[in-house]
Design a binder for this molecule. Structure first.
Ligand SMILES: NC(=O)c1ccc[n+]([C@@H]2O[C@H](COP(=O)([O-])OP(=O)(O)OC[C@H]3O[C@@H](n4cnc5c(N)ncnc54)[C@H](OP(=O)(O)O)[C@@H]3O)[C@@H](O)[C@H]2O)c1
Length: 278
């Protein structure tokens, strides 16, 4: 029997790694890792790397770097999707953000270029606090962020991975757009308080204005394009437009999404936050 060949981009990332773990347990599937560090490297910034990685692939899970909202994304996604379709790719599952009109331009490109597609829009990931940009401040015991009153329905990367695998394998999800959220709206101080409770450590939260936050990033010499993206995300995505929950995870998986406090308790057990320096 011919195995279904699936390329997972962002193979070492928060959702990509979990999608790979799940697909590797399915005998009818052959998984290819899309990573700058794979034997056959894949780099969004080097289109010459795309062709060999796309050879003989049936379906692709696309996680773009750094974000579909950056101005360069439109041309890159168009070029990648056209190449993938011309090489015979039958299905693309695109990870997108919620309420990002720039990302929606990229979604339209996938919808118009892929033979079959599923768009998976996700709210901010829980794992940003344990595997990404909020880990360092959590470990420092001091989190300073803008939009302290914004309500966000943080989603668990494990739930996203379960949905993505279901979308990759089941044709009933073809040509659908889903919005994934966790079960509860939380502010940043509430999310940080959940982690403090789960770890039994003190983590101080300081509310900043967006201007103060951008200034702080400049002082830390964060690259300009990164600051642009962070500013965009805080200014647009956290302005209240996404402060509502959806039931798409339950609709697709037949179970409730993971609660932030469950994520915090499970992650505390993993030891990643053991060295919180309060
Ligand atoms: N984080 C969130 O809360 C969130 C929410 C909604 C949507 N999204 C979307 O999800 C996507 C993934 O975002 P993320 O920040 O969470 O990252 P991520 O999935 O954790 O991915 C990080 C990985 O990207 C890979 N990477 C970095 N630069 C690359 C390049 N030039 N070419 C190929 N791979 C590259 C790196 O892997 P290698 O070093 O192995 O190449 C790294 O492991 C983005 O499009 C983002 O907009 C994120």
């Amino acid at each position: 029997m011919n195995k279904k060949k699936i390329l997972v981009l962002g193979a070492n990332g928060k959702t990509g790694s979990r999608v790979i773990d799940r697909l590797q347990k399915i005998s009818e599937v052959e998984v290819r890792m899309g990573s700058r560090n794979a034997a056959q490297p894949f780099d969004w910034e080097n289109a010459e790397t795309w062709f060999p990685v796309l050879q003989d692939i049936d379906s692709v899970y696309i996680t773009f770097q750094p974000d579909l909202a950056v101005p360069a994304a439109v041309a890159i996604i168009q070029k990648f999707a056209s190449l993938a379709t011309s090489l015979g790719v039958q299905k693309m599952v695109l990870l997108s953000g919620r309420g990002e009109k720039e990302a929606q331009v990229c979604e339209e490109i996938i919808k118009n270029t892929a033979k079959n597609w599923t768009i998976v829009r996700a709210s901010w990931f829980n794992q940003n606090f344990s595997e990404s940009f909020f880990l360092e401040p959590i470990l420092a015991g001091f989190v300073a962020l803008p939009r302290a009153k914004a309500l966000e329905p943080f989603t668990d990367a494990n739930d996203i991975a379960d949905v993505v695998v279901e979308c990759l394998l089941n044709e009933k999800h073809n040509n659908q757009t889903y919005e994934l959220t966790g079960p509860k709206l939380l502010t940043f101080p509430e999310a940080v308080a959940e982690i403090a409770k789960a770890t039994d450590k003190e983590i101080h939260f300081q509310a900043l204005s967006l201007e103060e936050y951008v200034q702080m990033l400049k002082e830390y010499q964060v690259p300009e394009d990164h600051i642009w993206l962070i500013n965009y995300l805080f200014e647009h995505v956290l302005d209240g437009r996404n402060s509502h929950i959806t039931n798409d995870i339950e609709k697709i998986l037949g179970r409730k999404p993971t609660d932030f406090s469950t994520y915090a308790k499970e992650t505390a057990k993993s030891g990643i936050w053991n060295v919180i320096n309060a």
